[in-house]
Write a protein that binds this ligand. Sequence first.
Ligand code: GLA
Ligand code: GLA
Length: 693
Amino acid sequence: MLSRTRQIVTMLLISICFLGLQAQETRPNGLLLGTAWYPEQWPEQRWETDLSLMEQAHIHVVRVGEFAWSTMEPAEGQFKFGWLDRAILLAAKHHIAVVLGTPTAAPPAWLTAKYPETLRVDEDGKRAEHGNRQQFSFSDPLYRRFAAQIAERMAEHFGHNRNVLGWQLDNELAAPSFDASSKREFHRWLQQKYGAIGELNRRWTTSYWSQTYDNFDEVPVHSKGENPALLLDWKHFVTDTWISYLQVQIDAIRPKVLPGQFITTNTMHWNEGFDHYLLHKHLDIAAWDDYFPDGHLDPLLNAADHDLVRGYKQRNFWVMETQPAFVNWGAVNSPLPRGVTREMAWQAIGHGADAVLYWQWRSALNGQEQYHGTMLGADGLPVPVYGEIQQVGAEFDRVGGALLESTPKAQVAILQSYDSHWAIDFQRHSQKFDYVTQVTDVYRALKPIAQTVDIVSPDADLSRYKVVFAPALNVMSNSVAKNLIEYCENGGHLVLGPRSGMKDSDDSLQVERQPGPLAAVLGGHVDQFYALEKPVPVDDLTASPGNVHGMTTVWAETLVPVAADTSVILRYGKTVEGWVDGQAAAISRPVGKGLMIYVGATLDSDLMKTFVGQVLDDAGVAPILDGLPQDVELMQRVKPSGDRVWILINHGINSEHIDLKHDLKDLLTGQKGRFLDLLPHGVAVYSLAGAQR
Ligand code: GLA
Ligand code: GLA
C-alpha cells in the first residue's frame, strides 16, 4: 500500500516537473546538437554534472539506451526502467530531449547463455560468443521475440514521454547469420520468389556446371564464390531479413508511442550490406554515422555520403554519430585538425542534416572503446574539442531557426544502384573497378558546378532533374529501363557510364549488347569491353575551342553508333594492344525532348570535369554562385516559401576571398557586405529572400 502511494506521488511529481519543463522549453527549432550518453555506465549522482556540462555545450538531444539491455532487463522478464525514467527527467530539466535506442545490438548474457540458438553463425559455420556486440542471428525467431518484447516494453514505458523525440532501432545493422533458421528462411524466400524450382533453374542458368536443383532445400547458402544469380538473391534475402528484423520492433513500438516520435536506425558510410532504399521505406527518417578514421576529411567524399543518405528517403536526415576529433578503430587514429569537427558539423547541415550527434560524451572506464574521442575525459572534465563543439552548439542555437523546414533542392542527380554495386563486386573483372569510386568520380566533377546534387535510386521519380548520371548501372531491370527512357523522352539528359545495361535483374547477361534494353533508343551499343592495365588516351571531340585530350584509367568499352542521328563525342587514341584505337568511347543521341549519352570509358579527373561541365552546359545547369575558389563549398537549403539559406565552407588551408554577388549578412558573425574573407575551415551562413538569385 505504502509503495503504491509512493508510486502515485512520484508520478505526480514527475508530471508537475514535466509541465514546468514544457513551459520553460528552450529547445531551438531548426538544428539539434547532441551526443551519445550512457547513463547506465555512471553513478546516478554524476548525471546532473554531465547534463549541466552538456547544457553548457548547447546540447539539446542525447541518444540513450542502445546497448543497455542488461541494465533494462537484468534477468529474463524482469524489466527495470526506473533509472532511465530518472535520466530522461533529469535531461529534460537541462532542456535536453532524448532519442531512445532499442538495445538489440547487444543481447544480455543470460539470453545468449540460455538460448545459444539466438547467436549468429558466420559463413564458415562458427557460432558467435558473448563478450562483443552484434552477436545475434537476424533471422532467429526466438531472438526476434526477445527483441520485440524489450522494444514493446520500452514503448509502453516511454512512448508517451514528451521528452522522447524518437527511436533508433538496433545499431549499425551489419552481419548476416548463416545459422539453420537463415538457411531455412532463404529456401522459403526462394520458393516464394520463383514458385517452382524449374523457374529458378531457368533464370539462374543452372545447367552451367551441373547446378540444376531438384528442390529449393538443395540450394547452397553462400555470399561468395557462387552463381551470380544466387549471390544477388542472397543480398535481396539479407535486405528482406533486415527489413523484417526491424519490422518486428516497429510493430512493437508504433502502436504504443506518440505519433510525433520518429523511428530510424543508424547506417554506415556506403555500406552495401543491404538495399538502403528498400529498408528506409519502413523508417521515418534516415540517419547515419559519419567518421573519418584517419582524421583527414575528404570534403567531396563526405558531401557525397550525406547526399547518399538524404536520397534514402529523399528528405532531410540526421547524423546520428560523428567523431569528436578522433576514433579508436582506424590504423592510425589521428585527430581531425582544429576547426574540422565544426567544419564537418556545418557540412552535414548544408547537405540536409537536421541534427548532429557526437559519439560519445565520455568513455566508459572499461570496455572496448577506451581510446575513442569524447567530449569529457576520464576525470569527467572537458577535453579540448569540447570547446569547438560548444561553438557549434551556440551557432546551431543562434541560426537554427533560419534553417527551419529548409532542404537542398537539386537539378541534377546520380543514380546509385545496390544491384549494380553487388553485381560488379561479384565479378569486378578489374580489381581497380570500384563501384563507389565510379559514383564518386562523377560526383567530384559534378558537385562543384551544380553545387546541389541528389543521389537516388534508379527507380526514383527523375522528372525534377535536368541531368541524370548513371555510372556503372550494370544491372538494368525492364522497369528501370522504362523509367530512363521516359525521362529522356520528357526532356531529361541521361548520361550512362561504363558497364551499364549489361545484366538483367537476375544478374543474367542481357541478350542485347550494352546498354541492353536501352540500346535501341540510344541508337548504338557497346561492341566489346576491356579491362585496362594502363591508361588509354581519349579525345573529347565536342570540347571547344579544340579537342581536349585525356585518359581512360581502368575500363574501355568500344561503342558503335547505329542510328543516323547518333554522334560520337569521345574517341580513343592509339594503344599498344590496338583493340580500341580510333573507336568511339562515348556516343550521344537526341531522344524525344531529351538526350541519351553512353560513356564507355572511366575518365580521368580532368577529362571528367571538362566532359561533365559540357553536359551541364548543354542542359542549362549553372552554378548557384559562380566563381568560387576551388576549396570553397556552397550548400543551399530551400524553404517552402522559396527563401534560401547558403552555407559556405572553406575546406582549404588558406584564407579565401569570395564575391557573394549580393549584399548579405553572415548570420554567424553579423558581418555584412558583398565580399567575404573565409578563414581555413571557416563557415558562413546567409539567408536569402526567394527572389534574390
Ligand atoms: C579452366 C577450366 C574451364 C574454364 C577456364 C576459364 O581452364 O577448365 O572450365 O573455367 O579455366 O579460363
Ligand atoms: C559506431 C558505433 C558506435 C561506436 C562508434 C565508434 O559508429 O555505432 O557504437 O562504436 O562506432 O566510432
